[in-house]
Design a binder for this molecule. Structure first.
Ligand SMILES: [Zn+2]
Length: 89
């Protein structure tokens, strides 16, 4: 599970909404949202493709297409990735 707003995996479950879907709260951006099971995390395979293409000067749309993810999803992954890097430093 991850935050559909900022892509963070730093979320907590916060009960369920009326139709029984889990409700989640993001500890990073503070937004609450219903978990969307169709909106899965990017697979390791796709992450590998993105990581390989990121250093190349390819437009994000091209990387997203190559990896088979949406541009929005790609952006979340990249943001998340660089956030993690900053935290480690
Ligand atoms: Zn968030």
């Amino acid at each position: 599970m991850f935050c559909p707003v900022c892509g963070s995996e730093n979320i907590i479950k916060n009960g369920t909404i009326r139709n029984g879907k889990p409700k989640i709260m993001c500890k990073d951006c503070g937004r609450q949202s219903a978990g969307n099971p169709e909106n899965k995390n990017i697979s390791q395979e796709k992450k590998d493709i993105i990581d390989r293409l990121l250093p190349e000067k390819i437009p994000p749309a091209g990387i997203a297409r190559a990896a088979g993810v949406s541009e929005r999803r790609l952006q979340m992954y990249v943001n998340n990735k660089y956030d993690n890097v900053e935290k480690k430093l």
